[in-house]
Design a protein around this ligand. Structure first.
Ligand SMILES: NC(=O)c1ccc[n+]([C@@H]2O[C@H](COP(=O)([O-])OP(=O)(O)OC[C@H]3O[C@@H](n4cnc5c(N)ncnc54)[C@H](OP(=O)(O)O)[C@@H]3O)[C@@H](O)[C@H]2O)c1
Length: 321
């Protein structure tokens, strides 16, 4: 069946915005579900995109939103849970309900975002819940054509990983770094988006789970050093042992804005590294971090200069662009 319309859950987020822009450019009719239309306002001007407010936790509302679409992409996820927004609900129960609704509504194509190292035996609740979500949706693979992606950490202009370290480097005299030897294989958000869009109508990707990583593996210490080199600001890095890493995360959990939790530290016990390079059928040659990150961390673009002028004049900057 030819796919004409795609409903993207979590499409207004960091990764979702890149996927939605590529789907739009490829000519698909795209419906983005978000809790607040404001969160998707940067997508509204795209000609084939409709941003719709929907409480996806309400099954009736979700059913109405999915009705009539040819394919579903689920990107909903959280890095930190709280009493109202849990890993179990977002990463396990929600994907299961989406798959069930797809089956009921005869929507055959379902692409789901998981995470590298997701496993029911993983040391972190985030990774365990992602694994439970994968298992739950695979129950529907007799009727649905399912593809699952498991990326390593994703970088891009609005990422919350390298930008976080850039801010720490700018404002702190010393970096106390949890898990400095943790290993990552960062992948560019545009490459992740290409994998999703290239897979959409490619039947060889059905019933497959793909790991996604960039061309290079770095330790966390190397990544922070890279950020410092790019910014031209050198700070001493004090690597914390496991016990101190957990204590630092516990202290951070007490802050109103969650930067890191003990669950995040636990997930870093596993190497965030793929077992093989990106599968050829996805047709993506991953971009080196060095080719992209300096431009956005130093804002070295005409657009960045414009944002600086707006910021100096007290005007808002569209953070999601
Ligand atoms: N970024 C990474 O490095 C990385 C690495 C591996 C896997 N992933 C996975 O990739 C997916 C997208 O990540 P991202 O970095 O783009 O995160 P993001 O910018 O925070 O986007 C996640 C989206 O999930 C939606 N969401 C969160 N809680 C929700 C709730 N209770 N009800 C409904 N919607 C909710 C939000 O939608 P609205 O706010 O619009 O309602 C948000 O746009 C996630 O599943 C994440 O686990 C990300």
């Amino acid at each position: 069946m030819t796919i004409k319309s795609v409903c993207v859950l979590g499409g207004a987020g960091f990764v979702g915005s890149s996927i939605v822009a590529k789907l739009d450019a490829a000519g698909y009719q795209v419906k983005v579900l978000t809790r607040r239309r404001e969160a998707g306002k940067h997508l509204i001007l795209l000609p084939n995109v409709q941003v719709v407010e929907c409480d996806v936790m309400n099954n009736h509302a979700l059913k109405l939103a999915l009705t009539g679409t040819d394919a579903v992409i689920n990107l909903i996820g959280i890095l930190h849970e709280n009493n109202r927004n849990t890993f179990e609900e977002n990463h396990h129960q929600l994907p299961r309900r989406v798959a069930q609704l797809c089956e009921n509504l005869d929507i055959y194509r379902f692409i789901h975002m998981s995470a590298l190292q997701a496993s029911t035996h993983a040391p972190s609740q985030y990774l365990i819940s992602k694994a439970k979500g994968e298992i739950a949706i695979k129950e529907f693979n007799k009727k649905l054509d399912i593809t699952i992606f498991r990326p390593s950490v994703i970088f891009g202009r609005n990422d919350r990983f390298l930008n976080l370290f850039a801010n720490l480097v700018k404002y702190l005299p010393v970096i106390a770094l949890a898990k400095p030897q943790a290993r990552f294989q960062p992948i560019w958000v545009e490459d992740v988006a290409s994998c999703f869009v290239n897979a959409l109508e490619n039947t060889t990707t059905y019933d497959k789970t793909y790991e996604l990583g960039g061309p290079t593996v770095y330790t966390l210490r190397e990544l922070v050093q890279k950020v410092m080199d790019i910014l031209g600001k050198q700070r001493p890095i004090i690597g914390l042992n496991d016990r101190l890493s957990m204590m630092q995360a516990f202290t951070m959990e007490l802050l109103p804005i969650k930067l890191m939790t003990r669950d995040n530290v636990k997930s870093m016990a596993l190497d965030n590294v793929t077992h093989q390079s990106i599968a050829p059928e996805l047709n993506v040659n991953p971009t080196p971090l060095e080719a992209v990150v300096p431009e956005y961390l130093t804002n070295a673009t005409p657009r960045g200069a414009y944002d600086s002028f707006r910021s100096a004049a007290g005007r808002a900057i569209n953070a999601r662009r």
